[in-house]
Design a protein around this ligand. Structure first.
Ligand code: ADP
Length: 399
């Protein structure tokens, strides 16, 4: 199972109630096995483990992240591949927020764990479960190096003018409020893959990368580096998402507090979990929204228009930021699969040199969907965050 250059990394993405894992070869990107443990903390956890074409599901009790790690080990032992034979070189952990100081992938030491804990106030929903995953993996895989790969790291190159909010700087500094961005691992992977597709060196590529999954973000990439991104202090800012508002007048918060008498947690829930496409169209799955539009549902039509219009505004803004754009790149669940969203986002941008090829837009996989004479290329590039985490992990342990 080991090619001569295979470097197998166990990649772990631990959320509050779920844990995703994958054994991936950092050299080729090939996944030996992938798995998902859901309903952590509930009485009946669900383990899904896939090896090749075979998928296995079972219910087990998974009271906490330690139990999730044990359930994962059990799945490997019973269903394969044998982790001892896979010859793992390290465990790579996705960590959402690195804060101002953790700006590169790093070997996890007790000091790094403390530093991740220190910035948990900036990502209260994500960093604590990420840490729980790290601690559980440290127990289970005591002999392997553990590496943290931060979702914010790719955005460390944001110039101050893009990272700074026009907020009272005393308050901002004291509370470490600035634009950190997110989805960095995906933007980094996709930017490099897009440059490869365009036949230019990654450090010369000027790109607008649109990561459109349940969460969604746009990044302006100049000469291979992130120079602006739509998510901010938290993933709430920017594009319209599955359940998040994206950009909104912050005074809506005061209004809901003062006029509707809502407390901060209620408003947080509304803006992070009940808005976006769910709030506009009644579903956060773009497939449902597009079907509803096709069936003549006006609410869904407006939702899709709002979604695409926001994308168009960001494409315009980032074109101004970059000056020269080599390509607009779509990725993640919606970006990779939804031709109507891509067409809607790019409609009317011919004057900016963006010409969509409607037939190519229906294709799947890594594909150029602009016309051959389009001054700005448009690409679809499937993301692969696990491979990027594996590569970063190997980079750290071999540095
Ligand atoms: P996450 O952000 O959770 O990692 P993904 O990148 O997998 O999510 O994207 C999930 C979303 O992709 C789904 O909520 C759905 O809206 C969308 N999606 C998946 N397949 C399609 C499709 N064929 N057409 C339109 N949207 C799709």
């Amino acid at each position: 199972m080991n090619g001569p250059t295979a470097q197998h990394v166990l990649v772990i993405n631990a959320g509050s109630s779920s844990l995703k894992y994958q054994v991936v070869d950092a050299t080729s990107g090939a996944a030996l096995a992938t798995g998902l443990i859901e309903r952590i903390g509930e009485p009946n956890g669900l383990v899904s483990h896939a090896v090749g074409d075979a998928e296995h599901e079972r219910e087990v009790a998974v009271p906490d992240h330690g139990a999730a790690m044990a359930a994962m080990s059990e799945a490997f032992a019973e269903l394969g591949p044998d982790l001892a034979e896979a010859n793992l070189v390290a465990v790579g952990h996705r960590v959402v927020q690195g804060g101002p100081d953790l700006t590169e992938s790093v070997l996890i030491t007790p000091e790094v764990e403390t530093a991740i804990e220190d910035v948990s106030d900036l990502a209260p929903l994500h960093n604590p479960p990420n840490l729980a995953g790290i601690r559980a993996a440290r127990e289970t895989f005591a002999d392997l190096p553990q590496v943290a790969v931060f979702d914010t790291a790719f955005h460390r190159t944001l110039p101050a003018r893009a990272a700074t909010y026009a907020l009272d700087q005393e308050v901002a500094t004291k509370h470490r409020i600035r634009r950190y961005g997110a989805h960095g691992t995906s933007h980094q992977y996709v930017a490099r893959a897009a440059a490869h597709e365009l036949g230019i060196a990654p450090e010369q590529a000027n790109l607008i990368v649109l990561h459109l999954g349940n969460g969604a973000s746009a990044t302006a990439v100049a000469n291979g580096r992130s120079v602006d991104t739509s998510m901010g202090l938290t993933p709430l800012e920017g594009l319209v998402m599955g359940t998040r508002t994206g950009d909104i007048d912050p005074a809506v918060v005061f209004h809901l507090a003062r006029t509707a008498g809502m407390d901060i947690d209620e408003i947080d829930t509304i803006m992070n979990r009940r808005s976006g496409m769910l709030g506009l169209a009644g579903s956060n799955d773009m497939r449902d929204v597009v079907s509803a539009v096709e069936a003549g549902d006006e609410r869904a039509s407006l939702a899709l228009e709002v979604y695409c219009y926001r994308l168009r505004k960001y494409i315009g803004a980032y074109t101004a930021v970059l000056g020269r754009v080599d390509a607009v790149v779509f990725t993640a669940g919606i970006g990779e699969n939804s031709a109507p969203v891509r067409a809607g986002a790019l409609a009317g941008l011919e004057g900016m040199g963006i010409r969509l090829d409607p037939a190519a837009n229906e294709e799947r996989g890594t594909v150029r969907i602009s016309t051959p004479d389009s001054p700005v290329a448009v690409l679809v590039v499937p993301t692969n965050e696990e491979w990027e985490i594996a590569r970063e992990t190997v980079g750290v342990i071999t540095a």
